[in-house]
Design a protein around this ligand. Sequence first.
Ligand code: ADP
Ligand code: MG
Ligand code: MG
Ligand code: MG
Ligand code: MG
Length: 442
Amino acid sequence: ETAVKQEILEKARRLGVKFVRLQFTDILGVLKNVAIPVEQLDKALDGELMFDGSSIHGFARIEESDMYLRPDPNTFVIFPWRPRDGAVARLICDVYNPDGTPFAGCPRNCLRRMLDRAKSMGYTMHAGPEMEFFLFHVDADGKPLLETHDKAGYFDLSPIDKGENARREMVMALEEMGFEIETSHHEVAPGQHEIDFKHSDALDIADKIVTFKFVVRTLAQRHGLHATFMPKPVFGINGSGMHMNQSLFRGEENAFHDASRPDGLSAEAYYYIGGLLKHARSMAAITNSTVNSYKRLVPGYEAPVYVAWAEGNRSALIRIPQKRGLSTRVELRNPDPACNPYLALTVNLAAGLEGIREKIDPPPRFPINIYHITDADRMERGITSLPASLEEAIKEMSADPVMREALGEHIYTKFIEAKTAEWNEYRIRITPWEIDRYLVNY
Ligand code: ADP
Ligand code: MG
Ligand code: MG
Ligand code: MG
Ligand code: MG
């Protein structure tokens, strides 16, 4: 422990670090920063830095607002876009109570708890997200517009795509920060991009997702663009998802792979799928956590709508990519990049582990494009839909004790409270669509 600490202090000295940002995430998935001068790093690494938790969403009541940040030394990185002299580094932290116990409202602690449960069953969770986002232009005042000048489509290499340069720099910065980028390409919609990085253990991936969003936004800004992870910014074109590829490892082996079975999928993989499908509706408030998320989950734009699984079919909620061996995985396709990745991975894993423990068999695979079957046919096969709104998602979550147990009382209650308020704020607004439709007609 002290060796790791000395190593970081030495590194900070050698690399001329002047400021360190201590980062943590609130319940809603928003990244928070406390910047300290490097002289405080020693103290910070001992977990002795206090902050006022009452100002952070869902963190504390006013009267018990002192919280302590415990940096995870594995997360020390330097921001590569900052000047070399006077460098800025960051550390991701766990939040602790003054009495030294982990704070129940810390999403990172919450994921750790679920990972420990997986460990007690012999598993490590691996996750690999596919990050989609839009790059929009900004006006003279720097205010984001819904405009992109590119006419590019999927995999296009168009010279008119100004986002291309920005994306290249994002990839380079991420690589310098320890990401192993697997692919980076233009997505289906104009101005839409995807960057994928290599799967690793779930805590590392959740940290990487929050870091990713922060790096992409920062570098877009430096190119005079605005990056957004809003799930569906423009009606009529694809929204941005964050497919969550996931698997369980037992030591060095992928527990989802079983070479002795014709489809190469183990019994555990089947049960995990069974658990995910069983809880898909009640997890939606976490994986699709905004009002806007439900405008992405509609037929026709490669986003899932129905609770089903399939091997190649991209209209299903769960797809099993063809690769086997170490790459055997379940691809959950509804999460979007606005979600809190710590909580999303927590509930996914909780659902999957419940599937394994309770031996939940998934329904048969669904081989044809589900967008194309009739509602009657779908009902006959017992295929349900994902919630159609944040309101419906909150109701589902409120009724699922597995979600309550996975998130813990504190996060569960605060999350439902915050999202109910968000929904209530939205539902009283009058939208342009209503004006178009009703102002003249009635
Ligand atoms: P798609 O075919 O859906 O576009 P991508 O190639 O864009 O998929 O992304 C695949 C993701 O799955 C990558 O992040 C990759 O690292 C990840 N992945 C590969 N193997 C595993 C595994 N065993 N467990 C979890 N994720 C994995
Ligand atoms: Mg992809
Ligand atoms: Mg791909
Ligand atoms: Mg994609
Ligand atoms: Mg995918």
